[in-house]
Design a protein around this ligand. Structure first.
Ligand code: SF4
Ligand code: ZN
Length: 420
């Protein structure tokens, strides 16, 4: 075993001991919030001659010029080159940024892709921590942990808001879309193995994601291809192969192999997990789910709320209130954290009837998933423009008004079997 000593050239400590550290609003110097302004984190594969090793560039003002307690855009792009580097590894490296940045003393990171939030504490700022140090941390850690594939690495940190907008919309989002599109051709039936992911056990010790082609990790950042690449890069790492040779119930998505794997990787905390049910042994949730769905008893359906949505849902709960009942690595039948892309999956709560159960979503989320969701609804049930039947906050935030809307639009959930 090779033991690596990480020495990162920054003015504050860097250690996994700081990973769970939370920076409260009153203790923070500045915040970068992807749900409010343009933020993005990205890895890009380049040719060897396009990368200057250990070059760190800041484009835009340093943190010094930001007002105390203010909110800003931030983008960091890590360009890597190496003979063995593959674009398939980009999201795997990217997903580690959460962990790297959280290890900085006085810095807190949640989320991923273009939906992260970072806070720098007053103490870290006073010690001299600046935006350029994100570059130092990312450079050192990427070189350290991905030396098998990364020969050269350079980092650009953007704090200029226009540059952040440009990077997000012109570079990052097309990259993310391309990655997501690759997965569309794969189905759970067409592959021989699934993968576990335990990257979130730092926060939720018993949490295990089972990642399949049609069900990505609930953070939205770990697809089956990512999990596969993670396993190839680091065979003893967070993603392990789960065979699927001994099915128990294909409709529920339960397998003896999956049960054995979750039992092992949750250290015995979980015995049974199904892939396709939110009622029977649903998968657990950590804390970084993009969305939560919860059953809405009056309509026989489910309500979905996404992290960016700050308003009320017809369950009488906000996203945060739903999150407080769902997270922590425990199974809560009737509630489940999931990725945005899972909403249009043919496996989305398939055991309870599938996407036909969706009765409400915030308008913005509905618009984001509309194209794919409508396509799935057409394929599965022959329904046209399914999203027109789904309520949102402009229609109803209480169950009675919602049921009236669903009745008027002849929503299929109303005539389905009760879920409870
Ligand atoms: Fe892995 Fe799941 Fe955490 Fe995503 S949410 S990093 S898939 S454990
Ligand atoms: Zn998580």
């Amino acid at each position: 075993i090779k033991i690596k000593i990480t020495k990162v050239d920054i003015p504050v400590a860097f250690a996994s001991a700081f990973e769970g550290e939370i920076i409260r609003r009153k203790d923070m110097r500045v915040e970068f919030d992807g749900s409010r302004v343009d933020c993005v984190e990205l890895v890009q594969t380049k040719e060897m001659n396009e990368v200057e090793d250990h070059k760190i560039t800041v484009v835009g003002p340093e943190v010094d010029s930001f007002e105390l307690g203010s909110k800003h855009s931030l983008a960091y792009v890590v360009e890597v080159a190496g003979k063995k580097m593959q674009p398939d590894f980009e999201p795997v490296i990217e997903r580690k940024f959460h962990n790297y940045i959280n290890c900085i003393e006085g810095v807190y990171h949640t989320g991923q892709r273009d939906m992260f939030r970072i806070r720098i504490s007053n103490d870290a700022f006073a010690a001299g921590f600046r935006a350029k140090h994100f570059g130092e941390v990312l450079y050192t850690q990427v070189k350290n942990e991905f030396e098998a594939v990364v020969d050269k690495c350079q980092v650009t940190v953007y704090t200029d808001p226009d540059e952040c907008t440009r990077m997000r919309h012109e570079v990052a989002i097309p990259t993310f879309d391309k990655r997501d599109a690759r997965l569309e051709t794969l189905t759970d039936e067409s592959v021989d193995v699934y993968y576990s992911c335990i990257l979130c056990q730092a926060f939720s010790p018993s949490h295990v994601c089972v990642v399949t082609p049609e069900r990505l990790g609930l953070c939205g950042a770990v697809s089956w291809l990512d999990a596969k690449a993670t396993n190839e890069l680091d065979p003893n790492g967070p993603c392990q192969i789960i065979t699927k040779e001994r099915p128990i119930d294909v409709n529920l998505g339960s397998y003896e192999d999956v049960d054995e794997a979750v039992k092992k990787y949750s250290q015995g905390a979980l015995e049974h997990v199904t892939l396709y049910s939110i009622m029977q042994d649903p998968m657990t949730s950590c804390g970084c789910f993009e969305c939560i769905c919860g059953i809405e008893p009056f309509s026989n359906g489910v309500v979905i709320a996404n992290r960016e949505y700050a308003g009320m849902t017809p369950l009488g709960m906000t996203f945060s209130e739903m999150a407080s009942m769902t997270g922590g690595g425990v199974q809560t039948p009737g509630f489940m954290g999931h990725g945005k892309h899972f909403i249009s999956s043919k496996k989305f709560m398939k055991a309870e009837g599938g996407i036909e159960r969706i009765v409400w979503m915030p308008k913005e989320l509905k618009e984001t998933v509309a194209e794919r969701l409508n396509k799935t609804a057409k394929e599965l049930y022959g329904i046209d423009n399914f999203t027109d039947m789904i309520g949102d906050e402009t229609v109803a935030t209480d169950p009675e008004v919602l049921v009236a809307f669903l009745t008027e639009h002849n929503h299929p959930a109303l005539s389905m079997d009760p879920m409870m």
